[in-house]
Design a protein around this ligand. Structure first.
Ligand code: AMP
Length: 278
């Protein structure tokens, strides 16, 4: 694809962008990889206009997290987004989205108490706030998000419903490296040895899924045992939950979301599989 990509930096520019509908938004923190590009390509197939936002949102990083060293390469992102079919990138400065005096926060209750919400206090308030702003600024008909961040995608679906955004959420499958590791901008933090060891995470998830059990204890214990075989990987949590509600698995549960967070050296990674989905 050889067409141009438009760079939009301000809210005013973004709002004035002459767009044909449907408009698809792919929100990202940048440092694009195949996971992001799969979302852009999907949006390209389904929408007349595709906007990719690249914004490392300080609100969703806690103290001591990797905000300062989060990988950034805007030029490369622009080029990759263009090749994947995006029409425009929206790349606001922090002060553009959070000018002096900014104080509003969006909270999606409940979500904050489990999984990444419990592990990273304040994270999902930051995510919900920036996504509510992006939905208002970009005004997309569809928003494309990844199964990789299942809880984040769930939160956006909830917020869209609760706040009546006229946007449809599309959740696309996790894109993986050949050894199964879920693609992530954070994978570059790992050295060679850590990177090889990290494959234990998706391996453990798939061994658990292959038990064909939907019992949380069985799934969680299988992941614990499998991850324990790789000394370089420290499991932070593993939880099996009802995929439809993110509540406990019960008699009415259809699909089970099995989620893990783990550390490989200093790098924190998350991943999940849905058990019971074809
Ligand atoms: P991020 O830049 O990490 O905030 O990710 C931006 C979007 O891309 C989110 O909706 C993620 O869920 C999605 N994403 C990240 N990694 C992957 C992956 N490996 N496969 C599919 N989607 C992904």
């Amino acid at each position: 694809m050889s067409r141009e990509i438009k760079t939009l930096k301000t809210v005013a520019e973004m709002r004035a962008y002459g767009t044909e509908r449907p408009l698809g938004l792919v929100p990202t923190l940048g440092y694009l990889h195949e996971g992001h590009l799969s979302l852009i390509r999907r949006a390209r197939e389904e929408c007349a206009t595709v906007v990719v936002s690249v914004f490392v949102n300080p609100l969703q990083f806690g103290p001591g997290e990797d905000l300062a060293r989060y990988p950034r390469d805007l030029e490369r992102d622009r080029e990759l987004a263009r090749e994947a079919g995006a029409d425009a990138v929206f790349i606001p400065e922090t002060a553009e989205l959070y000018p002096e005096g900014y104080t509003t926060e969006v909270r999606v209750r409940g979500i904050e108490d489990v999984l990444e919400g419990a592990a990273r206090p304040g994270h999902f308030a930051g995510v919900a706030t920036v996504l509510a702003k992006l939905l208002n600024i970009v005004g997309p008909d569809r928003i494309y998000m990844g199964q990789k961040d299942a809880q984040q995608s769930f939160l956006v679906g909830r917020m869209i419903q609760d706040l009546n955004f006229p946007t449809r959420l599309v959740v696309a499958p996790t894109v993986r490296e050949p050894d199964g590791l879920a693609m992530s901008s954070r994978n570059v933090y790992m050295n060679e040895e850590e990177r090889a060891a990290a494959a234990a995470i998706p391996r453990a998830l798939s061994v658990a899924r292959d038990t064909k059990s939907k019992a949380p204890e069985v799934l969680e214990q299988t992941v614990r045992e499998e991850v324990a075989k790789e000394p370089l990987v420290q499991l932070e949590y593993v939880f099996a939950m009802d995929d439809a509600t993110l509540g406990p698995v019960g008699p009415k549960t259809g699909e089970v979301l099995l989620s893990v967070a783990a550390r490989v050296g200093k790098t924190r990674l998350i991943d999940n599989v849905v058990v019971g989905r074809e």
